[in-house]
Design a protein around this ligand. Sequence first.
Ligand code: ADP
Ligand SMILES: Cc1cn([C@H]2C[C@H](O)[C@@H](COP(=O)(O)O)O2)c(=O)[nH]c1=O
Length: 215
Amino acid sequence: MRMAELVFHTGPMDSGKSTLALQMDHAQSAHDRQGVRYAMHDRSGAARITSRIGLSVEAVEVTDSLDLYQDVVDRLSRGGRIDYLICDEAQFYRPEQIDQLARVVDDLGIDVYCFGILADFRTELFPGSKRLVELADRVVQPPVSPLCWCGRPATHNARIVGGVMVRQGDQVGVGDIGGGSEIHYEVLCRRHHRQGITGEMSKATLSEQTLPFDD
Ligand SMILES: Nc1ncnc2c1ncn2[C@@H]1O[C@H](COP(=O)(O)OP(=O)(O)O)[C@@H](O)[C@H]1O
Ligand SMILES: Cc1cn([C@H]2C[C@H](O)[C@@H](COP(=O)(O)O)O2)c(=O)[nH]c1=O
């Protein structure tokens, strides 16, 4: 018999994690499996899972005080059936909540699929993501990688404030990629994240050293 598992799907912003979360939910429910969707601090500002492709569905908002194991037990004791959990923006969950998800897998035999970024704009791990890497049965990267302005796979998240890439500030700052708003994010390869060269800067200061695909 297949054992339930805790899976962490992780990649930088804009790598299709929420899309995958919604696809997995759709695929599972099509086979009469019953799931619960959880999310935290979704970009939409609502209790939802929102994909940039345009899909969006309601979810249970995870608050700091929510005991995820107890929430699942309560739902089961009210007569519900639960085969799997979809947990989006899992980087924001407290480490204790990740332990609760592992207990859901081990003690209740329910599959838990988590989705989230690994590291913040300073390249430091989110505590929830660190705990997921420690506990997950599998850590999986989405199949499609976003690209840095130079054409390399984008692996790192940069925070842009007033047009400037910053390296200090609060770890949590809900926002989107692309210009428009005062605070937003851009995904870069490690080299350009380290050098602090955003797409906007590259257009202004393109030089021998920063030509695309230099070695
Ligand atoms: N108009 C579009 N057509 C096709 N793909 C798109 C479109 N807009 C966004 N995407 C893709 O959607 C993905 C981002 O999806 P999303 O689930 O919101 O990412 P994440 O949750 O990882 O931040 C990217 O792979 C991006 O290329
Ligand atoms: C890098 C970074 C990101 N965030 C926020 C910004 C978004 O609201 C989410 C990531 O969502 P996505 O679906 O993966 O695009 O996280 C943050 O709070 N702090 C950061 O350092």
